[in-house]
Design a protein around this ligand. Sequence first.
Ligand code: SF4
Length: 101
Amino acid sequence: MSVQQEAGVEGEALEVWIDQDLCTGDGICAQYAPEVFELDIDGLAYVKSADDELLQDKGATTPVPLPLLTDVVDSAKECPGECIHVRRVSDRAEVYGPDAE
Ligand code: SF4
C-alpha cells in the first residue's frame, strides 16, 4: 500500500500539524509515527513531508497517510502538550486533537 495514499474520515483527506509553542519535546509522536513526526535539534517535534523533509514553518501541515492513521491519532491522543491537530483538508475542521468536537 502506498504511503502516498491519504487517510480520511468517510473518505475525506486528512492532514496533521503541530503547535510547537505547546510541545514538551517528549517524543511520543516520533515513537508512534516516525514517518510523520520527528524531533529537531531544537528539541521540538515537527511534521514531515512525504519526501521525509522536516516542515518547520509555523502551522505547517502534512497529509496523513492512510496506513498511519491509527498511529497519528494515537499520537494526538497521547500527546502531553495537547498540540497535535488532525483536520480535514476540505474545510480544515479538526477531527482529532484538542480542538476536535
Ligand atoms: S507528543 Fe506532543 S508534546 Fe510530545 S513531542 Fe510530540 S508534539 Fe511534542
